[in-house]
Design a protein around this ligand. Structure first.
Ligand SMILES: Cc1cc2nc3c(=O)[nH]c(=O)nc-3n(C[C@H](O)[C@H](O)[C@H](O)COP(=O)(O)OP(=O)(O)OC[C@H]3O[C@@H](n4cnc5c(N)ncnc54)[C@H](O)[C@@H]3O)c2cc1C
Length: 386
């Protein structure tokens, strides 16, 4: 990906964070970029990239050092998102592992759970996933049908999940279950399944997607899977829905930041391309339409960046509310699709070829409007706050 187009640093960037940014960028460019197309073909990143990222201190970057993390903040995660996507490693599910899965354990886990799981997530021995969606329940999480039945000092889990990121690789999966199917949201509990420790767990297909080709998005099946009651996240059953609602704003901000990085990468790539490509004896850049399209794109990109910066600052201060996170997720992912579509158009036929970065950025962008809660659900959340 062309790196000549350098947006300015966000206000929250410190000298230490710049050093971290440089290290992260170098890591992704060395360890991921050369393998990106091969990972797309195999539908999953190599297992050893997780260990390498762990050794480089990039896994659990925002987890406390006492639990094996790097002791950073969400700013570190924002940097990992930016550098990872710009290094053509959007399919490496590191941000989900770091900033979606690990926080459930940190915020709601017992001391024993934190010591048991976080250091192994930080080293890459464990790869994390979170399994909410089911074949019959995505937007409507209250409709989850996977059950966890209490049997002595074990839960017995039955059900199936789908669209689970890191699904072929993950060996620590937070499973959204119904511990009391009659109690609606209050009967929902999050339970950790360490897949290497149980019988009855099966991975289904690695799903064939239109983008994010190198990410293993999978079906998962649980058939009488027995886990100790000590794998329940939270001091008691029935808190799962509240825990999800509390953590989803961070997930949505992550998706917004991924969208921003995708926009910046796409605009940089397009500026480079149109200045090189010739038509009618001049550079494509020389047509007024090209200049206007890119003027619009860069303007929207700056508006997007300003809102992302405000949301990130709010989040770092612990003050990002659910409706604002939903606005960021909805608006940024829509802007990403709109801008990247114009960028692809400026590439002509080459824009439709997977070997060109803009084609992959365009295809990868589409899911942003769907996962983490669809943009229609985001508008519902925003409207509820009005
Ligand atoms: C690549 C990828 C990775 C994913 N990773 C994960 C993961 O790691 N873990 C996980 O648990 N899930 C994951 N998902 C699932 C994702 O979160 C769901 O697909 C998403 O929440 C939508 O659910 P659904 O697919 O069941 O769509 P549905 O809920 O069936 O929605 C279908 C349509 O109806 C609309 N709709 C639904 N309800 C309403 C309403 N109340 N008002 C207006 N419109 C409505 C939706 O907006 C959508 O347009 C992933 C999905 C993809 C594609």
């Amino acid at each position: 990906m062309d790196a000549t187009f350098k947006p300015r640093w966000p206000r929250w960037m410190t000298e230490d964070l710049r050093i971290f940014h440089d290290a992260a960028r170098r890591f992704f460019e060395k360890e991921c970029t050369p393998h990106a197309r091969r990972w797309d073909e195999q539908g999953v990143v190599d297992r050893d990239i997780w260990r390498k990222a762990g050794e480089a201190g990039l896994l659990c970057a925002s987890m406390p050092e006492e639990y094996g993390g790097a002791g950073g903040s969400f700013a570190h995660e924002a940097i990992l998102i930016d550098t990872r996507i710009k290094a053509d490693a959007g399919h490496f599910g590191l941000s989900l592992h770091n900033a979606i899965v690990a926080p459930y354990i940190l915020h709601y886990g017992s001391e024993e759970q934190k010591r048991r799981w976080l250091p192994r997530l930080a080293s890459g021995e464990l790869v994390g996933a979170i399994a909410m969606s089911e074949p019959g329940a995505g937007s409507d999480l209250q409709g989850v049908r996977t059950t966890a039945r209490l049997d002595g000092n074990h839960y017995v889990i039955n059900g199936s999940k789908t669209f689970i990121t890191n699904g072929q690789t993950a060996n620590l999966i937070i499973v959204v279950t119904k511990t009391d199917p009659a109690a609606g949201a209050k009967g929902t509990s999050l339970i950790v399944v360490e897949t290497d420790e149980v019988d009855g767990f099966r991975r289904g297909r690695n799903l064939d997607k239109i983008g994010l080709k190198g990410q293993d998005t999978s079906e998962l099946f649980f058939d009488e899977v027995r886990v100790p009651t000590s794998n329940l996240i939270g001091p008691q059953v029935g808190l799962g829905f509240i825990q999800l609602m509390e953590q989803l704003p961070q997930e949505r901000l992550i998706i917004a930041l991924e969208a921003l990085a995708g926009i910046e990468a796409g605009v940089a790539e397009t500026l480079r391309y149109v200045k090189e490509r010739k038509a009618f004896g001049k550079a494509v850049w020389d047509f007024q339409n090209t200049k206007f399209k890119l003027a619009e794109a860069v303007t929207a990109m700056n508006v997007a960046r300003a809102f992302c910066e405000e949301c990130t600052e709010k989040h770092l201060a612990g003050a990002l509310d659910a409706a604002t996170a939903a606005m960021a997720k909805y608006w940024l992912t829509q802007a990403q699709c709109d801008i990247l579509d114009e960028c692809l158009q400026l590439h002509g036929g080459y824009g439709y070829m997977n070997e060109y970065p803009i084609a992959r950025l365009w295809a990868d962008a589409r899911v942003g409007k769907i996962y983490g809660g669809t943009n229609e659900i985001m508008k519902e959340l925003i409207a509820r706050s009005l």
